[in-house]
Design a protein around this ligand. Sequence first.
Ligand SMILES: Cc1cc2nc3c(=O)[nH]c(=O)nc-3n(C[C@H](O)[C@H](O)[C@H](O)COP(=O)(O)O)c2cc1C
Length: 385
Amino acid sequence: MPAVPATLDPVRARNPLFGANRLKLGLFGTNGKGAAQTLVPEAYRPSWEASLQTARMADALGFEAVLAYARWKGYIPGETRHPSGVTLDPFTWCAGIAQATRRLAVIATSHAPTLHPITAAKQCATIDIISGGRFALNVVGGWNKPELDMFGAPMAEHDARYDHLQEWLEIIQRLWREEAEFDHEGPFFRIKRGSSMPKPLQQPGPPIVNAGGSDRGQRFACEFADVCFLILRSEDTADIAAQIAAYKDMARREYGRDVQVWTYAYCVQRASRAEAEEYLHHYSVLHEDGPSLDAWIAGVGSQTRIFASPEATRAARQRFAAGAGGSALIGTAGDIAARLEQLSEAGLDGVLLTWVDFVDGLGRFAEVMPMLEARGLREAFSPTA
Ligand SMILES: Cc1cc2nc3c(=O)[nH]c(=O)nc-3n(C[C@H](O)[C@H](O)[C@H](O)COP(=O)(O)O)c2cc1C
């Protein structure tokens, strides 16, 4: 059963994030360059046409979500035109995508220091109304110090970022729920007679998504998120099951909550496994974007607790190049369906997918969808229903 809060309101219950499919699917990062760090010419670039085309393809396949990430600056200092820094604003992007799609949830990402919570609450409510209750908010502590420094708010120490994020989110959620004006005095925000109208359609508010990976991040996700995004530390199914169970158990035991656990994965689908491996090697090793990868690894390594040691970070270089450290879905349509079933059996509720070339990848992935239905991971879907 999907993790749905017992008191789900009827609008929220229709959000595809709470739908019946055992393994939910989404797109990751099509408001930016996706997740690959590669120099191959077919690599995705976030034009509005490409954003619309990929979101509509995912919607027509029955995907549950598209997640727009928040990126304010690229990874390489001074290289303002580098693809890692060319990102469409997640909120306005989600509003546009909501209008162009029928079913999928639109998820916008925000850090706490980049957007005042009163502004964020209203933007979220507005997109929730535009989308007919299909919005969700991904709240992140962030890791890219130069981008947060641009806001004149030097990036806080790692765990303090989550304290900031918590206060920011609590204000937003009060603005979504409460009719009466309220005052708020905290270490990060001072609000006088705060209120926000109209309210979001979903009550008590749109679902919250978070990707906290550290001890503090896990605690935050278990306490506040409906969907926890994990960066899987291993490709071993037993390890993955343990990593997922740690979140679900903590959420239940310590906060009395049921959470979904999702991850993200890069997909290379070809007619044979050898062909898929060859293309993976081509784009993520022979044509890796070296300077970008070096800068990204340095930033993520110093500002997050994603990887246990510098050695683990270095060992994961190809995964970073292939899909920002996500999991690998490599091979034929059948291989990919089988791996997704293993992940589902390990307790995973959803996967955000990325490709080097999303249009090509989504076209091929159409072959995987009926296989997921046949394996009982997803219900039969018709785009015209
Ligand atoms: C699916 C997913 C989406 C993320 N989106 C963003 C983002 O849009 N912007 C950002 O700065 N960080 C993003 N992150 C990184 C998180 O902010 C965070 O740094 C990371 O998950 C490590 O967690 P930790 O700080 O608890 O170690 C994302 C991570 C994942 C797994």
